[in-house]
Design a protein around this ligand. Structure first.
Ligand code: ATP
Ligand code: MG
Length: 484
């Protein structure tokens, strides 16, 4: 991983690309195909060799059985014996040799072979008459020929009843080696072909499966701050990627929304700054238009000071909101009596309340676990609105209640100007003010409720506003039970 500076676009973090998915998938496919093929070929080879062995021993058994039968019928019938020696053998494919010996070692009959140069003593111990040898003995001649040898006793019948004959049979299995070699060659070919086919299949599957990612990449490349309306879910995605595409689109929705709000905010900010600055410029121009008395200058400066204060309040409010947005505000939770905090504020606004002849009531009591400075700020913003936007002789009823789930609700119900239904959903957006309130209080910045919303969110609570135009507004602050 290393840092690389882009062409003036700041620093970008680049990381070493790891092996491609196609490459990994190909390796995985080849590996699994290799294992499956090895197992299959190995099993087939084992079955093939086993069948060969069984066939060979079966062939030898059959010959021993036939010779025994012929001997039992009549050991002197050499023609019948000779016939038995050669039947069962398949000379074009397998070379088979046999001989019948008397107990003294003299040969009664033997296959007409040239190459049956296997001495008697090479053969295994003969099995008793009546049973068949379970296994054949393997023998390899110095020239490299391979044989399977069996020996068995046979009873004579007829005139020779009671006599025993020795049957020795041999099967030339040298051909097996070339057959196995051919099998091995074919197996190697199948193995290689299988591996290559699986690699090709893996490449095709990976390319096909990853094609949608190329589409996403192309779409992402098209996205710029000024062009956030691109969406990737327009095409049909495979199930595994559909979720990614949807999440990506959701992220774009959020980004688009944030960008829209940001540009709206910049626009509103410029607009809000323009009025006080225009006022300040106007006052300065009037002051400079002709020579003034000291009192006149003082009056102009006092008026400018008021504008500066308004600007400062706005800047402080915006700074607070920016810090709250970036979670840069540390909250010190304390147990606070809501009633006490509200009474202190009512004392502060006492003169104004008296001047407007407002009837204010406060009932209920509950403790909230909140940051004292922030709680005072939120209560002040809501209370000052209620006082500001309620005409003379109006009422303001404040109640503090603890709900069954532990939530503490502080409600401010005034009989003020109210808010029109079409404006209500915009109230609380930065700088938004109803037309009526602008007339009533031209100095308001439209930030008080935004700040109250942020503070309530910081405490895990919420703010909710209900209003009827001309009939009054009800603002409820809800503090969660966990914060108590
Ligand atoms: P400031 O930033 O000085 O508080 P403000 O009071 O106009 O200015 P907010 O407190 O954010 O801004 O209120 C936003 C708007 O919501 C107000 O301008 C007003 O239109 C409306 N509003 C808020 N409280 C009430 C209320 N109690 N009665 C009627 N309208 C209200
Ligand atoms: Mg306000």
């Amino acid at each position: 991983m290393f840092w690389k500076s882009g062409n003036g676009a700041g620093l970008r973090l680049l990381s070493q690309p790891s092996a491609s998915i196609t490459y990994r998938l190909t390796l995985l496919y080849m590996f699994s195909a290799g294992i499956i093929l090895l197992l299959a070929i190995g099993f087939l080879f084992y079955a093939f060799v086993k069948t060969l062995e069984e066939n060979n021993i079966e062939l030898l058994h059959e010959n021993v059985r036939n010779i025994r039968e012929a001997l039992y019928r009549d050991p002197d019938d050499l023609t019948a014996l000779n016939r038995q020696l050669v039947t069962g053998a398949e000379p074009q494919f397998i070379k088979y040799y046999a001989r019948v010996l008397r107990e003294d070692g003299s040969v009664v009959v033997a296959t007409p072979d040239n190459g049956f140069a296997l001495p008697y003593e090479l053969f295994p111990q003969p099995v008793a008459a009546g049973i068949l040898p379970e296994k054949a003995m393997r023998y390899r001649t110095p020239e490299g020929k391979k044989f399977l040898l069996v020996a068995a006793w046979a009873h004579a019948g007829g005139r020779h009843m009671g006599e025993r004959y020795l049957v020795q049979a041999a099967l030339d299995v040298s051909w097996e080696r070339s057959m196995i070699r051919r099998y091995r060659l074919k197996a190697q070919f199948i193995f290689l072909a299988g591996i290559l086919t699986s690699a090709l299949a893996a490449i095709m599957v990976a390319r096909r499966a990853l094609r949608p990612l190329d589409d996403i990449t192309r779409t992402i490349r098209r996205i710029k701050a000024t062009q956030l309306n691109e969406r990737v879910t327009q095409s049909r995605w495979p199930r595994e990627l559909a979720e990614l595409a949807t999440s990506f689109d959701e992220m774009l929705n959020r980004l688009e929304d944030s960008f829209a709000r940001l540009s709206q905010f910049s626009f509103d900010l410029a607009h809000e700054l323009r009025t006080p600055i225009n006022n300040l410029m106007g006052e300065a121009e009037v002051a400079l238009a002709k020579p003034r008395t000291v009192e006149e200058y003082q009056e102009i400066l006092a008026s400018s000071l008021e504008e500066y204060r308004g600007l400062l309040r706005m800047i402080e409010g915006l700074l607070f909101l920016a810090r709250a947005d970036s979670s840069d505000i540390v909250i010190e939770h304390t147990r606070l009596e809501a009633e006490q905090e509200i009474r202190a504020l009512l004392d502060y606004y006492d003169a104004m309340i008296r001047e407007k002849r407002l009837r204010v009531t406060l009932c209920g009591t509950a403790a909230v676990f909140a940051d004292q400075v922030l709680l005072r700020r939120v209560l002040n913003n809501v209370l000052s609105n209620a006082i500001k936007y309620t005409p003379e002789d109006g009422t303001l009823d404040i109640s503090i209640t603890r709900q069954q789930n532990g939530t503490v609700c502080i409600e401010f119900q005034d009989s003020g100007i109210g808010i029109a239904p079409d404006e209500l959903n915009q109230i609380g957006n930065r700088f938004y003010r109803s037309e009526l309130s602008k007339r009533l209080d031209p100095k308001g910045a439209g930030l008080g409720l935004s700040i109250a919303k942020s503070i309530m969110a910081l405490h895990g609570g919420s703010i909710d506003i209900k209003s009827n135009l001309g009939a009054g507004t009800c603002v409820r602050l809800l503090f969660p039970s966990t914060a108590i």
